[in-house]
Design a protein around this ligand. Sequence first.
Ligand code: CMP
Length: 139
Amino acid sequence: MATNRTFTMLKPDAVENGHIGAILEKINASGFRIVALKLTQMTIADAQAFYAIHNERPFFNDLVEFMTRGPIVAAILEKENAVEDFRTLIGATNPAEAAEGTIRKLFATSIGENAVHGSDSDENAAIEGAFHFSGREMF
Ligand code: CMP
């Protein structure tokens, strides 16, 4: 059966709190194959570009400040139905509303600092993956 891809970031809160290993373990256990993976830190300009779709939102400056305050783990993941299945695995944007057992329920602290990002469409997964990785970094 055809597989497809999604893009994720383990956000600065998850990295600061030592959750990289636990989150990657859940991602692996849920059947995703890691296509690309790195520890990196976004500049202010990177985060403003990555989140340009949110630039009119009241939380935009807080989001940019948060996402640039420390390293993130960026990854491209492959699985059948990757975008939808990964969003199910991470849970609702607001961890207070996230289902039991989801990554945000387990590791996120607030709607702003919610541990992990997951692309919302196949098109955005491709754009976001290409934002962080060159072709030589995808396997
Ligand atoms: P994510 O869906 O990964 O990408 C957009 C981010 O904006 C989202 O995660 C949250 O971290 C953040 N965000 C969305 N809504 C709010 C909000 N109401 N207040 C603060 N941050 C938000």
